[in-house]
Design a protein around this ligand. Sequence first.
Ligand code: APR
Length: 260
Amino acid sequence: MDEAIERAAEILVNQHYVVCLTGAGMSVESGIRPFRGPGGIWTEHGQPPLDDYRRFVRDPVAYWKNLLEPSGIYRELYQALEQAQPHRGHDALAALERCGVVRYIITQNIDDLHRKSGSVHVSEIHGNYSLCRCISCGTRFKRMDVDVSLLPPRCPVCSGLVKSDVVIFGEPIPEDSGRECVEQVECADCMLLVGTSACVYPAAGFPKQVVESGGMLIEIGPHPTEITDLCQLVLRGTAAKTLPLLADAVHARIANGKQK
Ligand code: APR
């Protein structure tokens, strides 16, 4: 692994625009289960129907009742989200942003852990569990500030329907975060993939786009994924163990002036 870490560090310091794409595996060591693979929520309970959003629009009150009093696997997930704290892998990514090596993080995670660990340039393509959003004007609110005495809550800006910011199956990606992700992927000449099975679009298409434009992929995760064969380098390890080693190797190269 040491050789692969050194090779990955060399790629990261010599590429010009590194974007990181993280998935549920990034937060497993913070106590949040992944969706697929060993211990995955969908692996155990099956993937939810793909028409969640259509059902929300048809019956927003039922949606809100489930959101306010989640049961089963959703109750477990929200308890894990409330208790989760960033781990050393999140801290390592924030350090790689501060030294200018990682320019941007696109995360599929809703847990806010990248921001909590100090990363600044982050797009949460599947939303953030601690926020709500108006589906008409896109305005976001802290979930704790939304008045749920009357369901469904209405947007104070445009009176549109308000839901959790978490993007549910069948829901369009919010325009602002979707546009930001597309712009970042277009700039990327290297994508660092951490903890994603790379099977849910549009995020799953981002690594392929980077390869098609001549960029490089580095994958970090314990198991092969749909994108492994397209990667120039694979670090077969967990996020909390591998990212700090990678960050140390990058900082050592920068200290020794070993970059372009
Ligand atoms: N460190 C790094 N990677 C890990 C770890 C770990 N400790 N544990 C598991 N993994 C890897 C798994 O091998 C798998 O490849 O993380 C990946 C998790 O894949 P998924 O559970 O499918 O997560 P993700 O790719 O984020 O799913 C995409 O699917 O259901 C939707 O909205 C949900 O955002 C999610 C999207």
